[in-house]
Design a binder for this molecule. Structure first.
Ligand code: DX5
Ligand code: ZN
Length: 220
């Protein structure tokens, strides 16, 4: 199993101080910054887009793991490349016809490509994207309904992580939603190695301790 990547979700940070929040969370031991992009259409919430990624890029060299909860991911690839995004994860539910072209465009732009699935989407739908000639680098299994931070982890999504890990031993498998010291064990045992955590990290008295605990849950 690949090593842990701990990716605090900036959705739970103070958006008015993004640069200092990113610096703080890097000092706390985070590997990636998870950036939740929502369009008010694929999910009932609006957050940030490429202009914010671009502004933050001037203040940090960290890997920006962008999670696109949008209906038309293809429309945003170019501006995310220009903005300095590191990873671009789109949802399989809105890429049934153009995932090959999407992956190609993302990688040609120098980003890593990821595919995400909602809790109700069968895991088989992403297999072709992992087995393709030009495959995704990561699969993101949503462990809550996308749209908002602070929701409860859905253990019923773990069989999907398990199925992916059995089939693809070296794949980066990310989980997102309700991850915390109380739920990391289940996710790690199922085979997840990239861990997104928003409220559990930014809401903690000691975020560095939470990050270390999540890492140990995967790597130990
Ligand atoms: C939800 C987002 C998550 C969210 C996670 O739609 O994709 O990244 O910020 O937040 P927590 O860890 O609080 O569930
Ligand atoms: Zn996310």
């Amino acid at each position: 199993v690949p090593r842990a990547k701990i990716a605090p979700s900036m959705l739970s940070s103070d958006f008015s101080n993004l640069a200092s929040e990113a610096k703080f969370i890097e000092e706390c031991g985070a590997d990636w910054l998870h950036m939740d992009v929502m369009d008010g259409h694929f999910v009932p919430n609006l957050t940030i887009g490429a202009p914010v990624i671009k502004s933050l890029r001037k203040h940090t060299k960290m890997y920006m793991d962008c999670h696109l909860m949008v209906t038309n991911p293809m429309d945003y690839v170019d501006e995310f490349v220009k903005a300095g995004a590191s990873g671009f994860t789109f949802h399989v539910e809105v890429a049934k016809d153009n995932w090959q072209e999407l992956i190609h465009k993302i990688k040609a732009g120098g980003m890593r490509a990821g595919v995400a699935l909602r809790p109700g989407t069968p895991v088989e739908e992403v297999f072709p994207l992992v087995e393709s000639q030009e495959p995704v680098d990561m699969v993101l299994v949503m462990t809550v309904e996308p749209g908002f931070g602070g929701q409860s982890f859905m253990p019923e999504t773990m069989p999907k992580v398990n199925a992916l890990r059995r089939k693809f031993p070296l794949l980066d498998i990310e989980v997102d939603g309700g991850l915390a010291p109380a739920t990391i064990k289940q996710a790690a045992e199922a085979g997840a190695n990239c861990i997104v955590a928003g409220s559990a990290v930014f809401g903690a008295k000691d975020p560095a301790e939470v990050i270390a605990t999540l890492r140990q849950g995967v790597d130990a």
